[in-house]
Design a protein around this ligand. Structure first.
Ligand code: FES
Length: 79
């Protein structure tokens, strides 16, 4: 069983509208998106699936402590 990996900064992406699964375990080879590693490595963590309603820039939390997961709320600056 692998422990989740917590990054120091969000990943900013120009996102297209649609359903997304954002990695919350930190083990994905395709961050910030889930690639199934959370299951293969038995992290006990699941991705956050959400609908992006329009094309826009988003900041995806990598410290996994944001109050607005999967989006960054600046909490990483306080850790
Ligand atoms: S690979 Fe990290 S949550 Fe799925």
């Amino acid at each position: 069983m692998a422990e989740p990996i917590h990054g120091a900064r969000p990943i900013v992406v120009e996102e297209k509208a649609g359903k997304k699964a954002y990695c919350m375990c930190g083990h994905s080879g395709n961050l910030p998106y889930c690639d199934g590693s959370h299951s293969r490595q038995q992290t006990g963590v699941a991705p956050i699936v959400c609908e992006i309603t329009e094309d826009k820039k988003v900041s995806i939390c990598q410290c996994h402590r944001s109050g607005k997961l999967p989006f960054c709320d600046g909490t990483h600056k306080t850790l």
